[in-house]
Ligand binder design. Structure first.
Ligand SMILES: [Mn+2]
Length: 289
């Protein structure tokens, strides 16, 4: 699975070409002129059934072709993922197949989530430890052909840290992004977009403390993000958090743009125990009684 690691060190010219390709692929401004309309999906975390159900409510037609998916979006719409496709949930390979197939077909965009970047590290053997949620994704990938795992590694590795869309009116970044870093390809922009505005300290549960960057956000671009699960989609200034904790038994949420309306699909189960207290999903609660 560590295909790149087994290769001989590339010659300088080859290395330069690879670097250029990566900068191009990860360029957050590459789609600046894309107007959408977009359906921006929050942290999926391997919740394939909820993703398919949510897409269906938004008018996407999905046909299965063996393990692959053939997707017809409604009215020229484009699906866009805020990242964290993997980790924790029951069907990461299926989610990856759907996202990668749609990306190839030009019907979906995706930015990197911190857990997607972590999976890249794990697959390359560079992670110090593997969390329980990621071990679940690895078990699921172990049942897939090596060629698929190699394609996953390439796909996740090449994802941009964030995307500036609609002539600068829309920014998609996994953990959000302050205005000064929007459109930048720097390491600082990538760190912020994947992990948020971390202080370097940890809370009582051992999770990194983050500054509430959105509270002071005054940018002109609407920033759509996930990363920190909330009970319901949360607007704050010109930002919205659409991570409604599907893997924790919450919902999977999408923001329709430019309409600025959300669509949510309740989780079918609690797939992973939350570390921070998480608001319960009323539908799931009713079902379990
Ligand atoms: Mn995340």
């Amino acid at each position: 699975m560590t295909r790149r690691g087994k290769k001989a060190r590339p010659a300088p010219e080859r290395k330069k070409a690879l670097l250029h390709r990566l900068i191009e692929k990860r360029n957050p401004l590459a789609l600046r002129k894309a107007r959408g309309p977009f359906d921006i999906v929050g942290d999926v975390h391997g919740c394939l059934d909820e993703l398919l159900a949510l897409m269906q409510t938004m008018g996407y037609r999905v046909e299965r072709e063996g393990k692959e998916f053939a997707v017809t979006p409604p009215d020229g719409r484009t699906l866009a993922f805020v990242g964290d496709l993997v980790d924790r949930g029951p069907a990461a390979p299926g989610v990856l197949r759907l996202a990668m197939g749609m990306a190839r077909a030009g019907t979906a965009l995706c930015v990197a989530g911190n857990r997607d970047a972590e999976l890249v590290r794990v697959l390359r053997g560079g992670a110090a430890r593997v969390t329980r949620g990621m071990a679940r994704t690895l078990d699921q990938l172990a049942a897939e052909p090596a060629s698929f795992c190699a394609a996953v590694l390439d796909f996740l590795h090449d994802l941009p840290s964030h995307l500036v869309l609609d002539e600068g009116r829309l920014v998609i970044a996994h953990a959000g992004l302050k205005e000064a870093l929007q459109g930048r390809s720097s390491a600082a922009a990538r760190a912020f977009a994947l992990h948020g505005d971390v202080t370097g300290e940890k809370d009582a549960a051992g999770l990194p403390l983050r500054r509430a960057w959105a509270a002071g956000y005054r940018g002109k671009a609407l920033v759509v993000h996930g990363h920190t699960p909330v009970g319901a989609p949360m607007w704050l200034n010109n930002t919205i958090n659409i991570d409604t904790g599907c893997a924790y038994g919450g919902h999977l949420t999408a923001l329709r743009y430019p309409e600025r309306v959300t669509a949510s699909m309740p989780a079918e189960a609690i797939y992973y125990p939350p570390r921070r207290p998480f608001p319960p999903n009323p539908t799931l609660h009713a079902k379990r009684k």
